[in-house]
Structure formats: C-alpha cells, structure tokens
Design a protein around this ligand. Structure first.
Ligand SMILES: Nc1ncnc2c1ncn2[C@@H]1O[C@H](COP(=O)(O)OP(=O)(O)OP(=O)(O)O)[C@@H](O)[C@H]1O
Length: 315
C-alpha cells in the first residue's frame, strides 16, 4: 500500500466550468498513510477536487500525481485501479442484497478473487452478518458502511471519502470514524472531505482549508499557532484589586484582558508562563481556581479564515 514519494501531489490545479471557477491554483501534497482532511464551506470546490483527482473529470490547468501516477487521460484506468472514491450519497442498488451489490461492483472492476475480496471488505466494515440483507432495508449508517466496503474491494492505496458521515447520527458517525482509524492503521491513505470540524480534528494528520483557492494546509496544532496567539485562562475566586500590577511585569506575559470568568493572558509559552502567574497570584493573596491554556479549536481556525473571505468579498 505504500509507495515512493507522496501519494498525492497537486500543483496549481484549476477547474473551471465555463465562467464558473470550482477551484483555482490549488497545490498540496498528501503522504502515503496519511489521513488528510479537506475542509471548506458549501461550494468551495471540495467535491470537484475529489472528482478531478479521482479521474472522473479533467482539470482545466495545472498538474497532479495520484497514487504515484501523473493524472492524465492515458493513466486514468491505472489510477482508478489504485484508488477508490466513496461519494457523499452511496448510490447502491436498493433492491439487491449487500453481497449482490458488492458482486456487481467487483464485476465492473473485473477483480480477481471477487468472493475473497467481498468477504474481507464486509469483515473490515463489520457487516459480514448482514451480507444477505436487501440494501433497501438498511439504515443510512449501514448503507454508508456498504459503500465503504465497496470502496475497499480493490484494496485502494488512496481512498477518497466525500462527506462520509453526512446525515449520520452520532453513533453511526462514530462507527465510521472507527473504520477510518482502522483503515489508517492498515496504511491506507485517506483523503477526507468533511464539514464536521471536530471529525477532522480527531481523525486527520493534516488538514487543508479550501475556499475556491487553498487558504491553509497544516497540522491542526500548527494552524492554531499560525493564526492565534497563545493564551492562559486564569480563574480566581474574587477579582484582583490591581490586575495590572500582578500580570504587568511577568516575563512571558505579553498582555491581559479581564473576562467574565477571570483573566485571559497573552503568553509566548504557556508552560513557562503558568508557574510565574501562579506565584504572582499567590503573592497577591488571590484564591486560584484554575490556570489553563486556552485552546482554540480547529473550528476557530476555520471560522477565522472563512470570515476573512466573507469580509474581503464585502469590501
Ligand atoms: N458539473 C458542474 N457544472 C457547473 N458547475 C459546477 C459543476 N460541478 C460543480 N460546479 C460548481 O463548482 C463549485 C464548487 O462545487 P463543489 O460541489 O465542488 O463544492 P463543495 O465544496 O463540494 O460543496 P458542498 O460542501 O456543498 O458539497 C460550485 O460553485 C458548483 O456550483
């Protein structure tokens, strides 16, 4: 499942539909074995990127390498043999059973040892005991798992999952998360588009934020650091008489704000600043309730960027 070099390389890729630009000038790389999150608002170009990298539509300009092969019409069949796409809507034959659906797709792929592959795929998604059920009788969550089994039939090196938990309840979504984690453990490279930011934060090694153009790529922690200053959240039983005197002269504390719950301190390194802050509070006779690093979520990062875009469009 692994290869030499990155699993996906995208360089200045652009897709236009007539006058409309779906995405423009997008460049990034995905390493083998990585879970790569692709985030962005509605209409940002995520699905079109997946369809382009999945060889379903041709880019307007730019270049890409997918599963080690340059993306072009000639390599289409070879790329398709090494990747899978699980689209947002599973598109199963509802009057056929689970196993009949998989047989049908194994036939289309002309896969050798279809029976063994189907058994393994069903086991991988914990559906072996539902093989004879009609797909039409399955819940949305189970249908999604059948679609995932279908995507696993060809043992893909790169798996594109387009909104795999869209419309699922929290339990069904968690099951899909566990499946993604187990696929990653098997070395499958996963390209995951999602609107669920907590899902991206939990599952992805790195994320990209797209809004027609690529806004940021990195590990969630790096993106937080790039966009936000670090903060210490300080809570005390009663407000300080003179917070400026307590926090003002502390090394590593760049500024402070009084908030309803206490004080938010801008710091260069929370681990270094916290003990000094604690000592200063004790020196000021304050009753400390807690001192903790205030963490920005990936959602904060996302909203900061997308809001910037909305503001820029208004100007
Ligand atoms: N076949 C097509 N013809 C014309 N325009 C298209 C086509 N497919 C997509 N688009 C346009 O390209 C843009 C990006 O669409 P895309 O579906 O890739 O966004 P998305 O990020 O996946 O959105 P969502 O999160 O809502 O699924 C949209 O403006 C869309 O209308």
């Amino acid at each position: 499942m692994t290869g030499v070099g990155p699993a996906v390389v995208v360089e200045q890729l652009t897709k236009r539909f007539g006058e409309r630009t779906a995405f423009a000038d997008v460049s990034f790389e995905v390493g083998y074995g990585e879970v790569f999150g692709f985030l962005g608002p509605n209409g940002a170009g995520k699905t079109t990127t997946v369809r382009t990298l999945g060889t379903l539509i041709a880019p307007s300009s730019g270049s890409a390498v997918v599963a080690g092969m340059p993306l072009n019409a000639e390599n289409g069949p070879a790329i398709r043999a090494r990747i899978s796409i699980m689209p947002e809507s599973p598109g199963l034959y509802l009057r056929l059973t689970v196993v009949e659906n998989l047989q049908c797709f194994a036939g289309l792929y002309e896969l050798a040892d279809a029976r063994g592959r189907i058994e393994r795929a069903l086991r991988a998604v914990n559906l072996a005991d539902r093989a004879q059920d009609l797909c039409g009788s399955l819940s949305k969550g189970l249908r999604q798992r059948v679609a995932l089994a279908r995507a696993l039939l060809n043992d893909p090196a790169v798996l594109f999952l387009d909104e795999p938990t869209s419309g699922l309840d929290p339990v069904a979504a968690r099951e899909v998360h566990e499946l993604i984690t187990s696929l990653r453990a098997r070395g499958v490279t996963i390209f995951l588009t999602t609107h669920r930011l907590e899902e991206a934060e939990r599952l992805c090694d790195r994320v990209a934020i797209l809004n027609t153009t690529l806004r940021l790529v990195g590990k969630p922690d790096e993106l937080r650091e790039r966009l936000f200053t670090k903060k210490l959240d300080v809570r005390v039983r009663t407000p300080l008489d003179d917070p400026g005197q307590v926090f003002g002269a502390l090394p590593g504390v760049q500024g402070w704000d009084q908030v309803s719950s206490g004080y938010l301190l801008a710091v260069s390194d929370p681990d270094l600043a916290a003990p000094a802050v604690a000592r200063a509070l004790v020196g000021a006779d304050a009753d400390i309730l807690s001192i903790a690093e205030s963490r920005h979520s990936l959602e904060d990062v996302y909203l900061e960027l997308i809001d910037e875009d909305v503001e820029a469009r208004r100007r």
